[in-house]
Design a protein around this ligand. Structure first.
Ligand SMILES: Cc1cc2nc3c(=O)[nH]c(=O)nc-3n(C[C@H](O)[C@H](O)[C@H](O)COP(=O)(O)OP(=O)(O)OC[C@H]3O[C@@H](n4cnc5c(N)ncnc54)[C@H](O)[C@@H]3O)c2cc1C
Length: 402
């Protein structure tokens, strides 16, 4: 799914805001009133920033601005992923990843249904080829049961009947609440609804630096360029600042925090593979049993909303968050991996497709619970001495659940 978005709303530049004057007290906070341009400024117009913006703007007195460095919404990680509505199977019971997944998937299905956002509750299989992998499936099932996620083992006979092309020698664990959605339609809905509620998006507006006024007690001064090399073409003030800058969230954090609280970002690139053959073409998502310590969920098979099959993503650590060229290095190995569960694969019909980069907060971490597992970082930084700053970092999968 390479980036594609057509937005009917015209891009706005920040100059537009500088003439505004507002005289309303700070909202959702105990700090004294002052006169900021906006009650809330959100940095980042990906799926998470958009969802937050829409929610905040539902408050009748909110004046919310979303700042995005590109010309439109969702051109980074939010349009370079698997588009899966995850059930919440893999993360620790008390983790934010699990909690947000459990709540988020229900809200997401309801929202898609209510606003005609294309989605499909197609379910997902995790397949085991041997005893060791079956042990992993049993653990996943026990964990899912303990947190109330519906799961069931499908008999090998039923499996053969339903998906004759899928190989599962030892077991199939099915997650009926997993699904897919059209990310672009979802983000367009979020932007449209946010703006209809009176929120504003400013594109071509890279945030270049930030000043906390009296540790945020008097709000925030945000400096933004205009996307054409002019570093500080606009200054805006806000009562509350939200960092939802995805791959650049650590950079924003480091603009604000003292050096002792700086974070180093790590980037785990994932390459996807397209599939052009009409056969084999399962109708459910198929994942191999997760490998503990692996940075992703294995080279799995997902479908887009049009029914196209894609494989991946793999995991490759890169230094540059702009390194989005699909890497052919893992190609043969990925084909071998896919053939373990899809033996009829037409190898010649698989091609390099696109890449996405996971914003990680550590290089050693595992995508599933256990050693090295790292949760989303979502903090109201008040306890760290900063008023009115909400900081989101490491928002990798399952970030669509916001
Ligand atoms: C390979 C891969 C597969 C995935 N699969 C799934 C999946 O199946 N299901 C799922 O739930 N999640 C999945 N995810 C995770 C999901 O895509 C992310 O959690 C989600 O898209 C993060 O959204 P975001 O808004 O935080 O970040 P982004 O989409 O990266 O948005 C951040 C925005 O901030 C902007 N920005 C950055 N710096 C500045 C600045 N200084 N000034 C102004 N704007 C700035 C950027 O331009 C960008 O538009 C996957 C991720 C990857 C990489």
């Amino acid at each position: 799914m390479p980036p594609r978005l057509s937005i009917s709303t015209p891009s706005r530049h920040l100059g537009h805001h500088l003439t505004r004057s507002h005289h309303q007290p700070r909202l959702f906070s105990s700090a004294a009133s002052w006169h900021a341009d906006f009650t809330h400024v959100i940095i980042g117009g990906g799926v998470v920033g958009l969802a937050i913006a829409r929610q905040l703007q539902s408050h009748p007195d909110a004046r919310t601005l979303l700042l995005e460095r590109h010309r439109t919404i969702g051109t980074e990680t939010s349009s370079r992923n698997s588009e899966v509505i995850h059930a919440g199977l893999y993360y620790g019971a008390d983790s934010l990843k699990t909690k947000l997944c459990l709540k988020g998937k229900i809200m997401l299905y309801d929202l898609c249904e209510k606003y005609d956002i294309p989605y499909r509750n197609c379910g997902k299989w995790i397949v085991a080829q041997n005893e060791a992998q079956m042990g992993v499936l049993e653990k996943v099932n026990a964990f899912a049961e303990s947190i109330g996620v519906p799961m069931k083992f499908v008999s090998l006979e039923e499996g053969k009947r339903r998906e004759p092309d899928v190989r599962a020698e030892r077991g199939i664990l099915e997650s009926p609440s997993t699904g897919i959605l059209d990310s672009h339609s979802y983000m367009q809905f979020l932007q449209g609804d946010f703006e209809e509620r009176g929120g504003e998006c400013a594109f071509h507006s890279p945030v270049t630096h930030i000043e906390a006024l009296d540790q945020g007690r008097r709000g925030w001064k945000v400096f933004s360029g205009n996307g054409h090399g002019d570093e500080d073409s606009a200054i805006i003030t806000a009562d509350t600042l939200i960092n939802s800058a995805g791959l650049a969230a650590c950079t924003i954090n480091n603009m604000i925090m003292p050096p002792s609280r700086h974070r180093k970002p790590f980037y785990a690139k994932g390459t996807y593979y397209s599939y052009s053959a009409s056969h084999p073409r399962p109708t459910t998502l198929v994942y191999p049993a997760p490998t503990p310590g692996h940075g992703g969920l294995g080279t799995h098979l997902t479908l887009d909303i049009a029914g196209r099959v894609r494989f991946g993503p793999d995991v490759e650590w890169v230094d540059d968050p702009g390194d989005l060229a699909p890497n052919p290095k893992g190609f043969e190995r990925a084909l071998d991996d896919i053939e373990t569960y899809l033996p009829g694969l037409r190898r010649e019909s698989v091609g390099l497709d696109y890449c996405g980069i996971r914003p990680k907060l550590s290089r050693t971490h595992s995508a599933v619970s256990g050693d090295g597992f790292l949760d989303f970082y979502i903090e109201d930084e008040r306890k760290g001495g900063l008023e009115g700053f909400v900081n989101l970092m490491g928002i990798e999968s399952p970030g669509k659940a916001f």
